[in-house]
Design a protein around this ligand. Structure first.
Ligand code: OGA
Ligand code: NI
Length: 197
């Protein structure tokens, strides 16, 4: 795990984004999917920055989400929040980002949904520094859609296959192409909360 995380921090430092296939193995993916399936009835329609009317939100993003808590589930902490906090520490050491907080949710895109091109930073709140997405789609195949597009110097297209982790600076524009099948991920942000004094 240590070396994988060093490699991701190095890529963030030099490129601003990183796509790491097989970041988690099948055992970890299965454990996280089990947690997702136990909670799937609690998913709620996602919003956008300022809450607009619902039909307008649907034209922009169609995923349903469920916010996650650290210390809420042992296997979630072991397989997700543990490595995530190791990544946060490593990014601080390697990239001097001053990261000190994070927020993550399960996200589920049903067939026919997407998230149009956007940035993850809000105009009135720049706490989000690093976006992280871990995909949990074990049977993803070409044609299933739902690829992540990252618009940097060149366009990078990533298949949302189980175990793939994508990390990028939150000011980078990106998009979720229309998914033709259910598409599950853990998605969220590593943040720098403002000084409290
Ligand atoms: C987001 C987002 C990307 C993905 O939730 O802001 O861009 O691949 N997600 O799910
Ligand atoms: Ni996004």
């Amino acid at each position: 795990m240590d070396q994988k995380i060093e490699n991701i921090a190095e890529a963030i430092y030099s490129e601003g984004f990183c796509v790491h296939e097989n970041f988690l193995d099948e055992e970890a993916v299965n454990a996280l999917l089990k947690i997702f399936n136990e909670k799937r009835n609690s998913l709620k329609e996602a919003g956008i920055g300022k809450q607009e009317n619902f039909s307008k939100v649907k034209d922009i993003r169609g995923d349903k989400i469920l916010w996650l808590e650290k210390n809420g589930n042992e296997l979630l902490d072991k397989y997700f929040f543990g490595p995530l906090e190791e990544l946060m520490t490593t990014l601080n050491r390697r990239c001097f980002l001053g990261l000190n907080d994070h927020e993550f949710h399960f996200a589920c895109y049903e067939a026919g949904t997407f998230y149009r091109r956007h940035k993850d930073v809000f105009s009135n709140d720049d706490a989000r520094k690093i976006s992280v997405v871990l995909y949990l789609n074990k049977s993803w195949k070409a044609g299933d859609g739902g690829e992540l597009m990252i618009y940097e110097k060149e366009e990078v297209k990533t298949e949302p296959k189980a175990g793939t982790l994508v990390v990028f600076e939150s000011h980078i524009e990106h998009e979720v192409l229309t998914s033709n099948t259910e598409r599950i991920s853990i998605t969220g942000w590593i943040k720098r909360k403002k000084d409290l004094f």
